[in-house]
Design a binder for this molecule. Sequence first.
Ligand code: NAD
Length: 265
Amino acid sequence: MSTQYQARPYRPFAQLLDLSGKTAVVTGGGSGIGLAISRRLAEAGAKVLIGSLAPERSGELVEAGFAVEFVRTDVSQPADIQRLADMAVERFGRLDIWINNAGVYPLKPIDEVDADFWDRLHAINTRGVFLGAQAAQRQMRRQQSAGAIINLSSICGHRSMANHCTYDASKGAVLAMTRSLAKDLSAFGIRVNSISPGLTATPGNLEPELLEQHRQNNVLDNIPLGRAAEPWEIADAVLYLVSPLSSYVTGTDLLVDGGWLLHGS
Ligand SMILES: NC(=O)c1ccc[n+]([C@@H]2O[C@H](COP(=O)([O-])OP(=O)(O)OC[C@H]3O[C@@H](n4cnc5c(N)ncnc54)[C@H](O)[C@@H]3O)[C@@H](O)[C@H]2O)c1
């Protein structure tokens, strides 16, 4: 670190949420939280490449006139992740933002969890996040430019619910990985943070089995704000963490949970 203090230039208000000229990759960006993130980043001026198993609703963003493209990607596959990073550069010339959003949340009681179930969930929720961050930082370092990586953890990385062991372990790993990546990558100007949504109204979370679990766990009664989040409320937190507004924030987790963690049950 230089011994001479040098003030950084004051950043005008209008630039705080401006992502024009940036390229963002969003995994699982055609549905739920990922779709809302893709829209918000595109609204802020970024070009967005969605990597997911299927296009799902990503076509809506293209129809709305945003610079959004889709590449079929299974985040558990190293070759798919590398192709996604390469395509960002090929299509849009650079890579500045990577959102590790794709994730699955099937639930099973402890006795029914076998090695295949455990490995498949962790291949997506844990290994997929690492592979994404690894590919992203490689390209950002090659460009010698600052970058932002966001990993989607969950309130379940902080507290436990019935039959959640496999999922909670994956989201706890995302929190630890975020801190570790942030430490290793800060020297290159790459910031790494995570977001922990609480209950969010997305297609994945509105499955009858999950809704029944939420009912049994009195989930809404335990959320101080008394409702689920809308996907765009999570996307707004992502926008903060990838924008110049958060230029001094790295290695942290932002809970967006309506106060659920305060409840403690
Ligand atoms: N919805 C919630 O209440 C909630 C709460 C906390 C955390 N989260 C986390 O937020 C993220 C998004 O959740 P969501 O509710 O929007 O889910 P969703 O099911 O609506 O969307 C998940 C997306 O990931 C994609 N995906 C799944 N497996 C993939 C794979 N192997 N490769 C590439 N893409 C894959 C799906 O196609 C889909 O586009 C997940 O990581 C989830 O764990 C969600």
